[in-house]
Ligand binder design. Structure first.
Ligand code: FAD
Ligand code: MLT
Ligand code: ZN
Length: 471
């Protein structure tokens, strides 16, 4: 090991290979404080060449590498195990925006670029980089691609995979695959790019990417509406899809229980809609025609929704600052959950046609099996993606409650997900959190194919072992 550390120090310089406990510590625990590990060292490379050299060395020494971006992932994918024998490879120094191509409408960036920096750079050039999520101030493009992140704009622009045109990847053998191309069509055999996207650092290390840009909308209108039932929220979604079509860029659902938790921890984020409705929906329309056009459209659809009794109240944001307040209220639910303490996350997708039945049945089962639990259900309803999170009963110690009931609660929710032909991970990935349940969920054939891919690309199992799949 001393030899490996010596060689890594030669590549990176002593400043960028962290060995002391106090220096490694910030890289060892995830954002949620749900996972903590140990590491031999934290490597901070500045170029793909350095990444390639590190991987080659680790491969020779049979030392596992845990790729890491902003460490905001929810499934423990970027946290090392407890052996103290793994190397964390954090990409934060590789944060350059290499090019904005206005004609091709694309942006080329290094994997350690913070998502918000990419959005801001695109906006400076009159473009929208649509990937958007609560962690955008600290998550990185490489992490977004490795998890195939979703967020609040998927409904209109797709997830990280849909936005990616090309990649540069360092393979498990320490070779650099240069797929940095801004092509919208490329049918030359297997799609290697798609293989690495969503692979959570288990097949290769993403070092750079070309991503799609879109023209900035001229006008955006945001509204909060109240619905008395889940079926109304789905009717409302269908109504907006029909009338606004591609102008619909956001459709987020929040239950009263989620917003109550928000208000408890962030009183200034109280729901502007009075009366504590069972469901509050945040809707955003974006238009390239005119302010007047989109405002009128929004008002017409809301009027129709009122007269058909789909909604019971609505507040339209008066200006950008109020629109931002609505969005902050939505994004703060995750932060409120973190403030409240340990909780159990379920990031699931259900076909919209089964969503109501799923919630009715699961709420009932959950409340009768675990009296007093709080169901913090919110999410990207437009994508059928619920964050069906569970907070322990108020009178129980959260950590102790989770230790006792985590498995049973996950089992209950995931059995319901299977019953309704859904997915146990809509956008957060598998990491170590959902590793054990993946084979049963995917089915043997699909899982064996995944294992075959892992064995073919990383036969020594040095890239993020025991994450996603275990060989
Ligand atoms: P990390 O957490 O560092 O890593 C995640 C995984 O990717 C790990 O397996 C890691 O090994 C791998 N990895 C990281 N970088 C690379 C690389 N360069 N090459 C290969 N593998 C790599 N997620 C959503 O999808 N939608 C949301 O709406 C959303 N909202 C969030 C809100 C908050 C407040 C927080 C804290 C998180 C949220 N997330 C959301 C989860 C998280 O932000 C995303 O999963 C994000 O894409 C992770 O990026 P990261 O840079 O932090 O990756
Ligand atoms: C979000 O959409 O805010 C996060 O992905 C959800 C979560 O915290 O579970
Ligand atoms: Zn989400």
């Amino acid at each position: 090991m001393q030899n490996l550390i010596h060689q890594l120090t030669n590549i990176l310089g002593a400043k960028f290979i962290l060995l002391e406990d106090q220096d490694k510590s910030p890289y060892l625990t995830d954002w949620r404080k749900r996972f903590t590990g140990k590491a031999l060292a934290v490597a901070l490379p500045k170029s793909s060449k350095e990444v390639a050299q590190i991987v080659k060395l680790c491969s020779e020494h049979q030392v596992a590498i845990v790729p890491q971006g902003g460490h905001t992932g929810f499934c423990g994918g970027a946290t090392p195990d407890n052996s103290g024998n793994q190397i964390i490879l954090n990409l934060k120094r590789m944060n350059q925006i290499i090019e904005i191509d206005s004609v091709n409408q694309s942006i080329t960036l290094e994997a350690g670029c913070i998502l918000q920096a990419a959005q801001e750079k695109a906006a400076d050039h009159g473009f929208l980089f649509p990937l958007s999520l609560g962690a955008e101030g600290s998550c990185m493009i490489g992490g977004n691609l490795a998890t195939n992140a979703g967020g609040t704009n998927v409904l209109r622009y797709g997830n990280a995979r849909d936005l990616c045109l090309g990649l540069e990847v360092v393979t498990a053998q320490g070779e650099i695959w240069n797929g940095v191309k801004g092509l919208r069509k490329d049918n030359t055999g297997y799609d290697l790019r798609d293989l690495f996207i969503g692979s959570e650092g288990t097949l290769g290390i993403i070092t750079a990417a070309v991503m799609k840009l879109y023209p900035l909308p001229i006008s955006q209108w945001t509204t909060l509406v109240a619905c008395e039932s889940l079926s109304s929220t789905i009717h409302l979604l269908n109504l907006f899809q029909k009338r606004a079509n591609s102008l619909l860029t956001g459709f987020e659902m929040m239950t009263s229980e989620s917003l109550a938790l928000n208000e408890k921890h962030f009183p200034h984020m109280a729901n502007p809609i009075q009366g504590n409705p069972p469901f509050t929906v945040l809707i955003e329309l974006s238009d390239h025609e005119s302010e007047e056009h989109v405002r009128q459209l929004l008002e017409t659809i809301l009027e129709e929704a009122f007269t058909s009794h789909i909604i019971s109240d609505a507040v339209i944001a008066k200006n950008l600052s109020q629109a931002n307040t609505f969005w902050h209220m939505r994004e703060h639910i995750t932060l409120a959950q973190a403030e409240e303490g340990a909780n159990l996350k379920h990031d699931i997708t259900i076909p919209l046609s089964s969503l109501e039945a799923f919630i009715q049945e699961t709420d009932l089962l959950m409340r009768s099996s675990f009296p007093g639990v709080r169901i913090i259900n919110f999410g990207h309803l437009g994508d059928g993606n619920l964050h069906y999170n569970i907070a322990p009963p108020l009178d129980r110690d959260p950590r102790a409650f989770n230790e006792n009931y985590e498995k049973q609660i996950h089992d209950l929710v995931y059995a319901q997900v299977e019953r309704h032909k859904g997915s146990i991970s809509a956008e957060h990935g598998i990491g170590q959190l959902k590793l054990a349940g993946l084979r049963a969920h995917k089915g043997e054939v699909a899982h064996d194919l995944m294992l075959a891919v892992k064995k073919a690309l990383d036969p020594k199992n040095i890239l993020n072992p025991h994450k996603v799949v275990s060989i």
